[in-house]
Design a protein around this ligand. Structure first.
Ligand code: ADP
Ligand code: ZN
Ligand code: ZN
Length: 793
């Protein structure tokens, strides 16, 4: 409708007609004056927001993500917006409670709506349309709304609720000395009520009576609650509500950070790199004090009036770093991740729009926040695969997106890691496109830990622990030093096996074995969540002799408890960290040394900083190395280096023991010698030879179908189409992946390789979409789903 023209603004949500019946919500992406040629444009039905909820700079980033990762902008929006701000296609209407309807003359149709609302409370546009038997109901609804008979509500109002607190103040008529005195007289001998009044006056001066005091504060005084109630009832006091922030407030202790000489040098190199308009990679070994450098850089940027985004790969990591940053940035720092409630996230989002924060610390999705004065983006642990979203769309990498966000805002970008990705190492150290800034010394007097390899020995019931590791554990326990044990598998044991026929229970929906969880007495699929009771006997031969194979974190916790009954043990993995504060609790207990041994999955390997850990045990890595993936060597190197880095971070010398059955592998000797150069050199040579990143980009297409044959055939057809456009030797597959079936869908993968900086990249990407459309048009194959993953991790 034309009347909306003046309210149109990029970033506001609107209701638009879609097809004949449907109304959908959209966001204004751009405003232009050229009517489309192919179809007749329709008018917008309504504008939902009085101000933009998404900035145009964000929309630009969303557009980039959609184009680069080959998904839709709607999918990006979905990932970006906290659900309190999410688009809803339904506006709902309700009667205005403040209006007396009997006094108003209504048309017949208006009368229907009002009557229906008396019974139904709320109606959406579609329901109104059905009720009246007409399609276009917006005019009628508008007219009712303009006369304030009804209210148009948005789902957003339902979803985001400000947090309110109750306050108490004196009614206006008692705010002069004189009227107060009269009031006291009138109360006469009602001592309890007089006490309430006196207590109030003690807490709140008359001049600031308007602001009142918190009801809870008044109630803390020794007063009679019923007397307070009476005073409210008699209009002596009035009760009112004010919204408060859900975000806790903190004091800024403003500790000055003092960098060591090496740290200062690294910082100066970073600044010089920024001045040369270059992205910087800080390769700082574990314990070198990267956080201190970040803090110092952040302080400089915010003193120039700009804001900083600090990204971390995992929530588990935020606990400790946030604590350290709070000291310096207090309430000017906001934290953003999925453990926060949706309302809290909306408040962070709005706080950023209102320029309330100097520093935002967040995980992957924080890249989508409404920044405006961004001066610096820091991506800590830049190599981490958690920066990549792998399901669902958008399958974006937040590290790579950060570089684009930085460009859009003319902000500097700093990547930091003790084990940079091969790509980042290549771009900085080898190609000099970015600056490479090494920091190869631990802070203070700490030195890197000594790493030892040991074979595993079997102890009854298939337990695999090396004697060396066990004796070291005893030794550290005796000295009251702490221990971290890493195992890459959660659950009790990766599978059960029949002694007689070697049968292994598998998931009914996926082609993987079921993991045994002892505590819950269940077999669980880690891919689809399927659960079943532990079978009493082998489902294949009926034998009762079924045993566990391998050891997950749950079993290690158990075994260590049995062997070292005096030790306090805790466990950090997906199963123990489902609640909002569980990370914090586990980490804090370990920090306070209430726990001696921390057992965990990759969560314990990253970024954590404990003073008293002198031993790290790595129980199972062998299977990681043999994963058929071009990144498996890099991953293993990073993981071993990172987990080793948890030991000996302060005065106590650290020791790392890695259990392996293949101690001769060259990768291990690189880890032991902390020999980064050899590692990256070998890795780059391999990557170059076999056409992998950073020399080539990879796009993985996964064809999914519940029918094995149709899935395979679709994949073949897709590969055929792609080969028409791509150089044939860079289309690999289709091939069944290691796990060929997940959630009842059979999988087939095609890998595409595109030379880095190939000018045809954009047209190749277009060709992917076209090839997919072609295959989907073949009737028999329409049921195949095709997932595109650009730069898979
Ligand atoms: P990294 O993240 O590089 O592994 P951290 O930033 O966790 O290392 O630093 C390791 C330890 O050294 C931490 O306990 C940290 O508090 C301490 N540290 C590092 N730099 C400083 C500094 N400049 N002043 C005081 N303590 C520091
Ligand atoms: Zn059997
Ligand atoms: Zn499954």
């Amino acid at each position: 409708m034309q009347e909306h023209n003046e309210y149109i603004e990029v970033g506001r949500r609107v209701l638009v007609p879609f097809g004949k019946q449907k109304v959908i919500t959209g966001i204004i992406f751009s405003i232009h004056q050229t009517p489309p040629k192919e179809y007749e444009a329709k008018y917008i039905l309504d504008i939902l927001d009085s101000q933009a909820i998404v900035l145009s700079s964000q929309l630009k980033l969303f557009e980039w993500v959609a184009n680069y990762y080959l998904c839709t902008e709607g999918e990006v929006l979905k990932a970006a917006l906290p659900s309190g701000l999410k688009l809803s296609s339904e506006s709902i209407i309700q009667l205005n409670p403040d209006i007396e309807i009997t006094d108003i003359t209504l048309t017949e149709k208006e009368g229907y709506i009002v009557n229906a609302l008396k019974q139904e409370d709320t109606l959406d546009y579609q329901q109104v349309s059905q009720l009246l038997g007409v399609k276009n109901v917006y005019k009628i609804i508008r007219s009712l709304a303009n006369r304030h008979i009804i209210l148009i509500l948005e789902k957003i109002n339902e979803k985001y609720k400000p947090k309110l607190v109750k306050k108490i103040r004196l009614s206006r008529q008692y705010t002069t000395e004189e009227s107060l005195n009269q009031l006291f007289e009138a109360l006469g001998k009602k001592q309890k009520q007089i006490d309430v009044l006196l207590n109030y006056l003690k807490l709140c001066k008359l001049e600031v009576n308007d602001k009142g005091i918190l009801k809870t504060v008044l109630q803390k005084e020794n007063i009679s609650k019923s007397s307070l109630l009476t005073l409210v009832k008699n209009n002596v006091f009035e009760e009112f509500e004010v919204p408060i922030s859900r975000l806790e407030s903190y004091v800024q202790e403003d500790k000055n950070i003092k960098l060591s000489e090496e740290q200062t040098q690294a910082k100066e190199k970073i600044i010089a790199s920024f001045e040369a308009e270059k992205t910087a990679l800080l390769h700082g070994i574990t314990g070198s004090g990267k956080t201190a450098i970040y803090i110092s850089l952040i302080q400089e940027v915010i003193s120039s009036g700009q804001t900083v985004l600090l990204m971390l790969p995992e929530i588990a990591l935020t606990t400790q770093i946030v604590k350290r940053l709070r000291v310096h940035f207090g309430s000017k720092m906001a934290v953003y991740h999925s453990r926060f409630s949706d309302n809290e996230r909306v408040e962070v989002w709005q706080g950023i729009v209102e320029n309330k924060f100097d520093v935002i610390v967040g995980v992957r999705s924080s890249i989508f926040l409404p920044f405006s004065q961004l001066g610096l983006i820091i991506v800590d642990e830049e190599h981490d695969s958690s920066y990549k979203q792998y399901d669902p769309n958008p399958r974006y990498n937040a590290r790579d997106t950060a570089l684009v966000l930085g460009q859009m805002h003319h902000a500097k970008v700093l990547l930091g890691s003790a084990t940079p990705s091969t790509e980042s190492y290549f771009l900085s150290k080898i190609q000099n496109k970015w600056s490479y800034i090494p920091l190869m010394q631990r802070y203070g007097n700490a030195v890197l830990p000594k790493i030892e390899l040991t074979k595993t020995h079997y102890f009854g019931k298939g337990n695999q622990y090396s004697k060396v590791l066990l004796s070291h554990i005893q030794n550290r326990l005796d000295k009251s030093e702490q221990i971290i044990l890493f195992q890459n598998r959660r659950g009790y044991s990766p599978f059960l096996m029949c002694n007689h026929c070697q049968h292994i229970p598998k998931c009914v929906r996926c082609s993987v074995s079921l993991t045994y969880h002892q505590y819950h007495q269940e077999l669980r699929c880690h891919y689809c969540g399927y659960k079943q009771d532990v079978p009493r006997k082998c489902s294949s031969c009926g034998s009762h002799e079924v045993h566990t194979v391998g050891q997950g974190t749950e079993k290690i916790e158990d075994d260590i408890k049995l062997r070292f009954p005096e030790a306090k043990i805790s466990r950090m993995d997906l199963d123990t960290t489902r609640k909002k504060h569980s990370y914090e609790e586990i980490i804090q207990d370990f920090e306070e040394q209430k726990v001696n041994v921390l057992v965990g999955t990759q969560m314990v390997t990253k970024g954590l900083d404990f003073d008293n850990v002198s031993l790290v045990g790595v129980l199972g890595v062998d299977h990681m190395l043999f994963h058929p993936d071009f990144r498996s060597r890099e991953r293993t190197f990073q993981l071993l280096t990172q987990v080793s880095g948890r030991a000996g971070r302060k005065e106590k010398a650290g020791k790392v023991i890695i259990q392996t059955n293949d101690p001769k592998l060259s990768l291990f000797s690189m880890v032991i010698k902390h020999d980064f150069n050899s590692f990256y050199q070998t890795e780059l040579t391999e990557r170059k030879t076999f056409h992998y990143p950073p020399f080539f980009r990879i796009i993985r297409l996964t064809v999914k179908n519940k029918d094995k044959g149709i899935g395979a055939y679709s994949a073949q057809q897709l590969a055929k189409e792609l080969k028409k456009v791509y150089p044939e030797r860079f289309v690999l597959g289709p091939e069944e992946p290691l796990i060929g079936k997940i959630r009842n869908y059979y999988l087939n993968e095609i890998l595409l390789k595109i030379r880095r900086n190939d000018a045809r990249t954009v047209s190749y990407k277009k060709a992917i979409k076209q090839s997919i459309e072609k295959v989907k048009k073949i009737k028999k194959l329409a049921s195949s789903q095709i997932v595109i993953d650009v730069d898979p991790m």
